[in-house]
Design a protein around this ligand. Structure first.
Ligand code: BTN
Length: 256
């Protein structure tokens, strides 16, 4: 069981996680935040077990009870809900990567838009969901799953999974990691309005796919080309054979 007091002592944020909801079991922390419309900006919902943990592209997020981190962050402050949503996506995966590097001296790499990998295996996945009024995003939910102390993974995965325990051979204190991810995430959110180029630079320095020939699939549609760059809004720039650049907003990327 997560020790809330231990976590609280390590949390240095002003907003993120100051309203903290702990659940033994819940369908999905993302669904909870999307359904409960009166919660304050920065609310974090944490669950020891999700019965309907959601992954990207309608996939299921499997995570063993009490061993990992599965939580969601609510952002409802208008200043974040404009054109920066894609950058928030990058900032969240960067926060997870930097925490893992700082606390456990592991190298991570990032796969667009927001997978965190260690030695080409997935240690964390992130699912952003929004509730909108007309064309305006009102609330953004950032759902983060981190494989922490799980030893075995069963099922079929599009990228093979790993956990921090598998990579370090040590039992990991989840409270410290959770607080650290939230501390760094809040710091990066601040940088989004002051120095977004720093977030892009730090994200890109961990992405080994830039310059590679890739395929991007979304809704059964596959596109091929060179992963040219990430633009200032966090979109992937795909260069085709005739050197045309296409902006990709969503999709699953793999190296060809
Ligand atoms: C992916 O890589 O496909 C995204 C996985 C996101 C999983 C997290 S766990 C906490 C939050 N609640 C959910 O139902 N999903 C996200």
């Amino acid at each position: 069981m997560l020790e809330i007091e231990k976590f609280d002592l390590k949390l240095n944020t002003d907003i993120i996680g100051r309203n903290f909801i702990y659940a033994e079991e819940i369908d999905s922390t993302n669904t909870y935040l999307l359904d409960n419309k009166k919660l304050p900006d920065g609310t974090v919902v944490f669950a020891e077990k999700q019965t309907k943990g959601k992954g990207r592209k309608e996939r299921i997020w499997h995570s063993a009870k009490d061993q990992n981190l599965t939580f969601s962050i609510l952002l409802s402050n208008k200043k974040y809900l404009g054109k920066t949503v894609n950058l928030i996506n990058l900032a969240s995966s960067l926060a997870v990567a930097q925490s893992i590097e700082n606390l456990f001296q592991l190298n991570t790499n990032l796969k667009w838009p927001n997978d965190v990998l260690i030695k080409d295996k997935k240690v964390s996945g992130i699912l952003l969901e929004a509730s909108s009024l007309g064309s305006k995003i009102e609330r953004l939910v950032i759902g983060i799953g981190i494989n922490v102390n799980q030893n075995l993974f069963q099922g079929s995965f599009n990228i093979p999974p790993t956990s921090i325990k598998i990579e370090t051979n040590e039992n990991i204190e989840r409270e410290r990691l959770l607080a650290d991810v939230l501390n760094i995430f809040e710091e990066l959110l601040g940088k989004l309005s002051t120095t977004p180029e720093v977030i892009l630079r730090d994200w890109k320095s961990r992405c080994r796919m830039i310059g590679e020939r890739i395929e991007v699939s979304e809704n059964g549609n596959t596109k091929y080309g060179i992963f040219d760059d990430i633009d200032e809004n966090g979109f992937l720039l795909l260069k085709s054979r005739d050197n045309k650049i296409e902006k990709i907003h969503f999709g699953d990327v793999s190296v060809q």
